[in-house]
Design a protein around this ligand. Structure first.
Ligand code: AMP
Length: 419
């Protein structure tokens, strides 16, 4: 497989799929430029080699073409500033004018294409309402057909293809996967960001140092079933935390009061516990909880055994004994995956459990463990606690990371690797 570090971009035009889907406020000012900054090492390497950049991204979920609310024009100045060269803007990602702009690019120059998703062909999904499933299927066939031409036109702008958008690696879209077919193996590669994400996931899922501990938190077990099932074939220890604690507690006959609990998932919780036992996985459940008499930071609180939560009270975080148990397991691990907080960490009075987990991960990492934090709220946690730089890797790809942990092959990775 081609590596970006080994590739010399001198005199080459690179089509780089980036994730510039940044949040903007009502005046279209960027409120968080993390994703743009994350792509800079790749983009700067290409320019420094003497290559030119054709930057392509989506933004939001436009429903028509053009959809000014989702124009990438608003980020051009900021990208230029970070890149240190003026970035040209193509107000349409298709068309002869854009093809001419791409053709005229000189070494060291950069061109940003307008939002790829202005075209339904990017996602390959038909737009609008359909009266019947047949009509929808027919429309989908039409888009899938025109997607081929759309993809070929994007590919024709460049000599090589770089995918640095891990956040969309789980989508088989024109610019994230299909386009790769238009380039030989030696002319397509991951960007630095994507490479780091892929390596981190592989270290967790295939090249695993043991013991391997996963901490699954968050609100509901129903949204994490596939991940838990796959992890039960991989991990030595599975720590269950967050709101899903109470579904397991209730399934085991405990009283959970008003805690968040999916009563239709009690059998599933028991099945998961059974599967863990069969696979020799040590499933670690909470033994105590910090409960509150309202879903509020200012509620009255107390600590109780996890299966003895009175009516009118709800568990909003784990208790001190559970913190100790979790920390013990984490500190003895060599590979750690953390997805989801142990409680309602958005309320300052219910951050203690998540903080204890974060600190234990930091300690294990110092002692040589590989730790990956990813998938939504646990990333917010490590940022809130100021420990993001003390774990091995914080993933930028929410949905993509979760699908990788579910054991799925991501189309964006497959397209480059060719397996
Ligand atoms: P998820 O998106 O599934 O990872 O869930 C994250 C959310 O779960 C966060 O907003 C937390 O506030 C919430 N959460 C964690 N523990 C609890 C709990 N015990 N009760 C209610 N919500 C919780």
């Amino acid at each position: 497989m081609q590596s970006i570090d080994q590739f010399n971009f001198s005199g080459k035009k690179a089509f780089v799929r980036v994730d510039f889907n940044v949040p903007v406020d009502e005046n279209f000012a960027i409120t968080d430029d993390t994703r743009i900054r994350a792509a800079m090492p790749t983009l700067k390497k290409i320019l420094a080699d003497g290559g030119s950049l054709i930057l392509a991204s989506h933004m939001g979920r436009p429903k028509k073409n053009p959809d000014p609310k989702y124009s990438l024009r608003v980020i051009v100045d900021h990208v230029s500033k970070l890149l240190g060269v003026p970035v040209q803007f193509a107000p349409d990602c298709m068309g002869d004018a854009t093809a001419a702009m791409a053709a005229a690019l000189k070494p060291g120059e950069a061109l940003l294409l307008e939002n790829l998703r202005f075209y339904a062909e990017e996602e390959g999904k038909p737009r609008g309402e359909f009266a019947t499933e047949e009509e929808k299927a027919a429309a989908k066939k039409v888009v899938k057909e025109s997607q081929k031409e759309f993809t070929a036109k994007l590919a024709a702008y460049a000599d090589c293809y770089v995918n640095d958008a891990f956040g969309t690696a789980h989508r088989a879209h024109a610019s994230t996967a299909l386009i790769a077919k238009h380039f030989d193996a030696e002319n397509k590669m991951f960007g630095y960001l994507m490479e780091k994400e892929v390596l981190a996931v592989e270290k967790i899922m295939t090249d695993t140092a043991r013991p391997f501990t996963a901490i699954m938190g968050g609100s509901k077990v129903s949204s994490k079933i596939e991940i838990i099932e796959n992890l039960l074939t991989k991990v030595d220890n599975l720590i269950i935390a967050g709101g899903m604690t109470y579904t397991f507690t209730k399934a085991l006959g405990g009283e959970v009061g008003n805690s968040i609990c999916e009563t239709d998932k009690l059998d599933l919780a028991l099945e998961l516990l059974e599967k863990g036992k069969k696979n020799g996985v040590n499933i670690v459940l909470a033994v105590d909880a910090k409960i509150a008499d309202a879903f509020s930071n200012d509620a009255n609180t107390k600590f109780v055994k996890v299966g003895s939560i009175p009516e009118g009270w709800e568990g909003l975080d784990i208790g001190p004994e559970t913190e100790k148990n979790f920390a013990e397991v984490i500190k003895n691990s060599k590979t750690i995956l953390w997805n989801g907080p142990t409680g309602v960490f958005e309320f300052d009075n219910f951050t203690s459990g998540s903080r204890a987990v974060g600190n234990a991960i930091v300690e294990a990492t110092k002692n040589g463990a590989f730790s990956l934090v990813g998938g939504g709220d646990s990333v917010a946690c490590v940022n809130k606690f100021g420990i993001a730089d003390q774990v091995s890797y914080v993933s930028t790809g929410g949905g993509a990371l979760l699908e990788a942990i579910e054991g799925r092959v991501l189309p964006g990775i497959e397209a480059i690797r060719g397996y």
